[in-house]
Design a protein. Structure first.
Length: 306
């Protein structure tokens, strides 16, 4: 019985140490989550402004082309006169950027993204030749490589609060591959941060830029002085806008990752406390049984001497 008590005490001590570690990790992840949420909010201000400008310029360009068409200047709108990132073209290949974490201990964060991405690929494509994969994060990159899938570009080791300089290479590579017709549309697959307790898988279409509403431009009563001209500015601004969409998704995914890790560590800490309580009850019962047995033996010995 003594050995049993010692073993239970060792388990309690070990579990307490584990709970201290998971509790510390929970607090660290909570701090990172707050900072990441602030970064996402700040980035949204930039994203909103560049969207307003792109929407206005794109709508102005399209309106000019439509006026030329109505005036009989051409038989149809010439695609060469409209930026390639705004045109929907026949889809021969689809590009996917899959965002996962570099580390574990984040609950079902990585498995959720990978599982739902695979389901989407299986549903939308008949062969591997119909899509191009890019991976951000070691979990996704290793998984897809293990399954024999070719990764056109991968990025690992992102910081907890990535700057645009960190992701510049893969973001620019994705935009360039689209411009070079390596693929004809681009989706970013990631976990969208809903709140600290939940996230939602998203596969957002980033290219071509098709979510610009021309009526939205009319709500902004602003006039721009353009130098040298609208077309030249749009040529520079559209790639930046597409890059900002991808970068915004990366920030969102990182926020969801911190939230998932904080929730996982909280769950681990709570489970450790439950185990400690159960072990403590077992220890007290075993100790009570040992004391009872000793008393019984003493009483029995005393009775034998009478």
């Amino acid at each position: 019985m003594a050995e049993s008590l010692i073993e239970i005490k060792r388990k309690i001590a070990s579990t307490k140490k584990t709970s201290q570690i998971t509790s510390a990790m929970q607090m660290v992840s909570g701090s990172k989550l707050n900072k990441s949420e602030a970064s996402s909010r700040n980035f949204q201000r930039y994203s909103t402004k560049i969207r307003e400008m792109v929407t206005h310029l794109a709508a102005t360009q399209l309106e000019t082309l439509e006026n030329d068409f109505a005036a009989g200047g051409s038989d149809d709108l010439n695609p060469d006169d409209y930026h390639s990132m705004l045109l929907t073209r026949p889809v021969k290949k689809t590009g996917y950027i899959v965002i996962t974490a570099d580390k574990g201990l984040a609950g079902g964060y990585n498995s959720s993204v990978i599982k739902q991405t695979l389901a989407m690929l299986s549903e939308d494509h008949e062969s591997d030749d119909e899509y191009v994969m890019m991976a951000i994060g070691s979990a996704g990159a290793e998984f897809f490589k293990t399954r024999g899938m070719t990764i056109a570009y991968e990025l690992r080791g992102l910081s907890d609060h990535p700057t645009f300089d960190e992701v510049r290479k893969i973001v620019k590579a994705a935009v360039q591959m689209y411009d070079n017709h390596v693929f004809d549309e681009l989706y970013v697959c990631y976990n969208h941060h809903v709140n600290s307790l939940s996230s939602q898988f998203r596969a957002e279409k980033m290219l071509p830029v098709s979510d610009l509403d021309s009526t939205e431009a009319k709500t902004y009563e602003l006039e721009y002085i353009l130098e040298p001209n609208a077309d030249a500015i749009l040529d520079k601004l559209l790639p930046q806008y597409a890059e900002s969409l991808i970068y915004g998704s990366i920030l969102d995914a990182k926020t969801a990752e911190h939230a998932a890790r904080m929730t996982a560590m909280k769950s681990a800490t709570d489970n450790a406390k439950t185990i400690i309580d159960d072990l403590t009850i077992s220890y007290n019962r075993a100790r009570q049984a040992a004391i009872t047995q000793e008393i019984t033996e003493i009483v029995g010995g005393a009775a034998a001497l009478e």
